[in-house]
Design a protein around this ligand. Structure first.
Ligand code: TXA
Ligand code: MG
Length: 323
């Protein structure tokens, strides 16, 4: 697990040979394959245990590659790319006919982004094409934010893991659909609606619509630890922890204000009260809490407000997945 220039060259070679390479991005680690090679893309689905009709994001070295992957590109795409790429924004556009069905899940749209991580950009430039990459976790599990997480999730099924250290953003990119009649956020992330709206000149729509393209991240069971997880108002947390402890259960707590008492069966993890840091630490914290083997993880619900929307979305799914 390395990140030297020689490893980037080796990784680009492996991609050309149709192999899988895990690489860091600013959001989470991706499990990459040559997006132009359906047999290579098929290996992603096998390694993740992911249903084959779920579309993948294609990672590009530069926004000038957009025309190779999309058609009917609206002016908004160029503006957003200029403002936010490289960065944690995925654009859904009408697919170019050359994009393999294996990448789009057979849909008429494709997800594209230029990631903001030096190793990812080096790899993409050296490879020279599009790299299809979902998060490098097993299907339905917590996304990896370190190279060690990728190894835990995927082990030997990946030829090489480029190690770029912990991811700076920590939750997946904001997904904006530009293929319909109006821009719509399909998955909130740390790039918020106000920033996107400022470039578009109006606020994007958000939330699902009936004919929305499939987003596997919108399945309720996503991002779940194995230990049941409950999301609670911060004020209810201590009382709920006491009750569960009284019932003999072992409890892990993730909160900026942990309960003010201690107990042999209670483990508290500090959470940041600042959204960017909370997001950066979230998945590693959930993994660590999961590994404690407690009966229940209690998480204090984040405050309302736009800055917390991406984090709130992932926590809600983690809680839904453990019912
Ligand atoms: O930050 C990220 O986006 C990370 C890093 C590795 O780039 N990738 C990521 O990939 O989160 P994945 O596969 O775990 O989630 C990508 C999401 C899925 O929910 C997928 O359904 C959606 O993007 N997606 C991809 N192509 C799409 C399309 N054509 N229409 C709608 N959704 C699409
Ligand atoms: Mg994922």
């Amino acid at each position: 697990m390395t990140g030297q220039p020689a490893d980037v060259s080796r990784a680009a070679e492996l991609l050309r040979a149709g192999e899988l390479v895990a690489f860091p991005t600013e959001t989470v680690y991706g499990l990459g394959a040559d997006a132009g090679n359906p047999a290579a893309v098929a290996k992603i689905f096998a390694a993740k245990g992911r249903p084959a009709d779920h579309p993948l994001i294609v990672h590009l070295p530069h926004s000038s590659h957009l025309e190779r992957w999309a058609v009917d590109i609206p002016a908004a795409a160029g503006k957003l790319a200029a403002a936010f790429w490289p960065g944690p924004l995925t654009l859904i556009l009408k697919r170019h006919p050359a994009v393999p069905d294996a990448v789009t899940g057979g849909q008429d749209t494709v997800g594209l982004r230029v990631p903001d991580h030096p190793l990812a950009l080096q790899l993409l430039r050296e490879f020279g094409g599009g790299v299809a990459a979902p998060s490098a976790n097993r299907f339905g599990r917590i996304s990896p934010t370190t190279a060690a997480h990728v190894r835990e999730e995927l082990g030997e099924s990946v030829a090489l893991i480029l190690d770029g250290g912990p991811c700076a953003v920590g939750i997946e990119s904001t997904i904006l659909d530009l293929s319909g009649s109006e821009p719509r956020i399909l998955r909130p992330g740390m790039l918020d609606e106000t920033s996107i709206g400022a470039v578009l000149g109006h606020a994007p729509a958000s939330g699902g619509r009936q004919d929305a393209p499939r987003v596997s991240g919108s399945l309720e069971v996503h991002y779940a630890p194995r230990t049941p997880l409950r999301l609670l108002a911060a004020a209810e947390l201590a009382a709920t922890a006491r009750e569960a402890l009284a019932a003999g259960r072992r409890i892990a707590v993730l909160s900026a204000q942990p309960p003010a008492f201690s107990h042999a069966n209670l483990v508290c993890y500090p959470a940041s009260s600042e959204p960017a840091r909370f997001a950066r630490e979230l998945y590693a914290s959930l993994r660590a809490l999961d590994a404690l083997g407690c009966d229940l993880i209690l998480v204090a619900a984040p405050p309302a407000g736009e800055a917390w929307r991406g984090v709130a979305d992932r926590l809600r799914r983690a809680a839904a997945g453990s019912k």
